[in-house]
Ligand binder design. Sequence first.
Ligand code: SAM
Length: 356
Amino acid sequence: MSELQLSLACDAPAVNEPSAQLSSEPAGRVLVSDAFDLLRGLAPESVDLVVTDPPYESLELHRARGTTTRLTTNWFATVADARLPELLQLVYRALRRDRHFYLFCDEVTADVIKQQQGVGKARMPNGGRKCASGFVYWKEIIWAKTTLDGTRIRGGTGYHYRAASERILFFEKGKRTLSDLGIPDVLMAPRAGVPGPAVKPAAVVRTLITQSTLPGELVVDPFAGSGVAGVEARAQGRRFLIGDIDLAYLDPSLADLTPAGAAVARAAAPSEVPAHEPPVLEALADGTAFVEELEAAHAFGWLDPGPTPALEKLTALRLKEREAAVRRALRTSPPRPDEPLLLRAWRAWALSGRRL
Ligand SMILES: C[S@@+](CC[C@H](N)C(=O)[O-])C[C@H]1O[C@@H](n2cnc3c(N)ncnc32)[C@H](O)[C@@H]1O
């Protein structure tokens, strides 16, 4: 049994027992992990709710077109559409019976998932639609993005009606009644307004958690980003397990729950150094970069005395994946107090999410 299974097995009540009664102490964990590994490491039927927001493949389209997403959103690795059936299967396996699963996505990914899951027009007698993974698919819940005061819808990008919403696919395993049957399927909230890629608003995540869990139950988000699911689960007295391959944008209030040595950059003091983009990696590898750049790369461990495996791995990546990987490498390695100013400027660039 893996460390993760072991720890959760101690925390989590046995299958089909009311978890609220067994765990009066809400507890949380934050892991640095690949989402698929995290889900695979969970004991079957040990989780009460999965609410998650994978970095879907269709984001690459916005990036390729150079829309606002490219300019404002930090780059992160995406999960190929072809892997989504595996994701749903792993979530299904980890959930107890009579539980819910919420999946944030855009309209393109929503279509892909429904096709993959064989969701057609045939309905079950209760109105739900069967999925290949075993879930019942209920519907898309809409997050409608509002102005800060919540009074008006605020449009974003696009020229075929401005994009002002995101989808949340609502799945069920077994049968569970929502806590409040009066909540509509359009949830209004402003954008989160905190640093990080595609951060979801606390109010929306809170609604999903309180609708589908009881106090003491276990909420899991394997693509945690800012960790809003953990923050809200904790605030509502639920237990939580969240993970991400990159904790750079984790909410500072969760920093003490991260593994020793994990870089939680948002929790660190903001950088005084202006952001600066690193040079092309080939120039570092072949020594044609400026001396200050070579010094900074050396201090980072990329050249010593020649290109390191880490740098070689990065240069082997396709260009569109490379930037995300370079940013992640810079964000997630703990800074040293005496490192060159230029390296600190690269780290500030990696954190800023901006193209310069
Ligand atoms: C859309 S963001 C999640 C945002 C989050 N819902 C929030 O509100 O802050 C997707 C996250 O998935 C992470 N990610 C990308 N590939 C991953 C993987 N294979 N396993 C785990 N996390 C991954 C990224 O680092 C990013 O933080």
